[in-house]
Design a protein around this ligand. Structure first.
Ligand code: NAD
Length: 551
């Protein structure tokens, strides 16, 4: 295993033939820099990788360094395949990652192909170089808890206990998001190193190995109605049932362990690390069975709390499906966060839009913050968030910001930023991108597209059309992703990055791409029957060809 340490380049020196290429290269480096296990190129989600292996990484870097305008680099599951002459409005990079033909899209096939070095899982944002650390997910997590507060608790989580588990790359955003929403978060995590990392990066306030101590801190914070984030070292499958046995009922319960993968993700209760490693090598079936048995206990506790009045939801980690496989038939009584709390935003094309300062200068992000507050002050979600993020969220890697903006607003902001790059007000280009968990970018029948009103949950045409449209719009990078590991066969998604380098060509790319990427999301939800989406389409002048949308 290599001990290489990758840090994204900063500053004004170009290694590539243009800022478009240099920006994508820095996005790749930044993804590895922010990764949970960078020495293995693993970024988050237990196994999501930035590149196939180190030789592939090096060849991608060399290809990006040599890539000319009017050429396109092709990457298949993290391995560079070739460079084609295309044209100046074409994407610089096109990728397809972890896509398997339907009938073969199973964990079993995925792992066999992975073992043979033919495929990787790219997560949503790892293989397409869009990961920006836990800061990329924290607004979405905050948005979820803030909506829970509005719907169930009169607008605030003050004096409310949220129990969850998993403090990894994405789950690590939970303690900070819960605290920002006013609540007390008790977050169970089995790996002490992850707890340390969340403390070091300011996401978690304090931690303990003692359940007694954790519950004392919880009671104190609840009594004072003070926000708090508490990490507890332990296995959720043991600790949660014990908390329940003591008669504690949280107000809210969810989970972000890596339950989507039972070979490398979810840790079975009571199993020492060396035994896990041995089974992973010698008898993965036994490891999966042990993890499933633990998940059954874990989910039964969540269901028990739900029946006692707790607000329970799955955070998209597939724990309900695994629980059903383990015999917990009623696991799907737990709703999924997207369908329950986020979908109304998707109907307006609002989702996890983000931007990265390629210069590495935090002041570039502060200037864009000011721009958002000045130009989008009436956009409550984004303006509120920028103020909160400035106060609470540390930068990780290249300075970056996320703000949930919607159709129209994303395009307007990006064009203003491009003009600021052109005028020299910003030190360098800004790369605009988004999570795949967005209106247009994904079909995931157990998450983003669960319970669509027209039953179109599993139709993968939408993210594929989104990716094609992004290519036609001239985005700088376009990727199509499928699920891998335990997620194999569970979703299809599309990722996109466009660089604001201050040129007129960039303005044209940003305009077409960001308008199309959000617009197709709005039309997708309108097509499924959401009146809110149809209203957004009409109000923004989207040229829908659906009579029921046009009214
Ligand atoms: P990760 O692999 O980086 O972290 C998972 C964490 O869970 C690890 O720290 C691991 O030690 C811990 N863990 C595993 N088993 C445990 C157990 N039994 N008890 C306690 N802790 C345990 O993964 P991540 O990037 O944080 O993602 C977590 C899950 O959330 C994934 O399944 C991901 O797909 C899902 N998810 C998150 C979002 C989001 O918006 N945050 C959206 C969709 C899905």
């Amino acid at each position: 295993m290599s001990a290489r340490i990758i840090r994204a380049a900063r500053g004004p020196v170009l290694r590539c033939r243009g800022w478009r290429q240099e920006s994508l290269l820095r996005m790749l480096e930044n993804t590895v820099e922010n990764g949970e296990r960078p020495e293995e190129l693993i970024v988050y989600g237990a196994l999501a990788k930035a590149a196939r292996d180190w030789p592939s990484f090096d060849r991608i870097v060399a290809a990006l360094t040599a890539l000319e305008e009017g050429e396109t680099l092709i990457v298949q599951s993290g391995k560079p395949i070739g460079i084609f002459r295309t044209h100046h409005r074409a994407p610089l990079v096109l990728m397809a990652t972890s896509n398997l033909v339907g009938r073969w899209a199973t964990g079993e096939h995925f792992w066999e192909l992975e073992r043979r070095g033919l495929i990787i899982w790219g997560g949503y944002t790892a293989a397409d170089w869009q990961y920006i650390g836990s800061q990329g997910i924290v607004q979405g997590t905050y948005q979820t808890f803030a909506t829970v507060a509005t719907e169930h608790f009169g607008g605030t989580l003050h004096g409310r206990l949220v129990v969850t588990a998993g403090l990894g790359g994405m789950g690590g955003a939970q303690p900070l998001a819960i605290r920002m929403a006013g609540g007390v978060g008790l977050c169970v995590e089995v790996d002490a190193a992850r707890i340390r990392r969340r403390r070091d990066t300011g996401y978690l306030e304090r931690d303990t190995r003692s359940l007694d101590e954790a519950l004392t801190w919880v009671r104190d914070a609840l009594a004072r109605r003070e926000p708090a984030s508490i990490g507890l070292l332990g296995n959720a499958a043991e600790v949660l049932p014990e908390i329940a046995r003591r008669g504690v009922i949280p107000d809210v319960v969810t989970d972000q362990t890596s339950a989507h993968d039972l070979r490398v993700g979810y840790v079975p209760a009571g199993m020492p690390a060396d035994e896990i490693a041995r089974l992973r090598e010698r008898d993965p079936g036994a490891l999966v069975a042990a993890a499933r048995a633990s998940i059954a206990e874990h989910v039964r506790t969540i269901l028990h709390w739900q029946s006692e009045g707790a607000v329970a939801f799955e955070y998209g980690n597939n724990i309900r499906a695994e629980a059903v496989s383990a015999g917990v038939d009623e696991a799907f009584k737990i709703p999924v966060f997207t369908e329950r709390y986020i979908r109304p935003l998707f109907c307006q094309g609002i989702g996890p839009f983000r931007w990265v300062a390629i210069s590495g200068d935090p002041d570039d992000i502060r200037q864009v913050d000011d721009l958002v507050l000045r130009e989008f002050g009436d956009h409550a979600i984004a303006a509120n968030w920028i103020r909160l993020a400035r106060a609470h969220v540390q930068f990780q890697g290249l300075p970056a910001r996320i703000a949930w903006l919607g159709h129209g607003a994303r395009t307007r902001l990006a064009l203003l930023v491009n003009a600021s790059v052109a005028s020299g007000a910003l030190r360098g280009p800004i790369a605009f991108t988004r999570d795949h968990l967005d209106a247009g970018g994904v079909a995931q029948p157990y998450r983003e597209t669960e319970a669509m009103p027209d039953g179109s949950d599993a139709i993968a045409d939408w993210p594929l059309l989104d990716a094609l449209l992004n290519c036609a719009s001239g985005a700088d990078l376009v990727a199509i992703h499928g699920g891998g590991g335990g997620y194999a066969g569970y979703y299809q998604s599309a990722g996109v990055t466009v660089v604001a380098d201050g040129t007129e060509a960039a303005a044209a790319r940003l305009d077409a791409t960001l308008t199309g990427d959000t617009g197709i999301g709005v039309l997708r939800y309108a097509d499924a029957g959401y009146e809110e989406a149809a209203r957004t389409a009409r109000a923004s002048g989207l040229r829908s060809l659906q009579p029921e949308v046009n009214g």
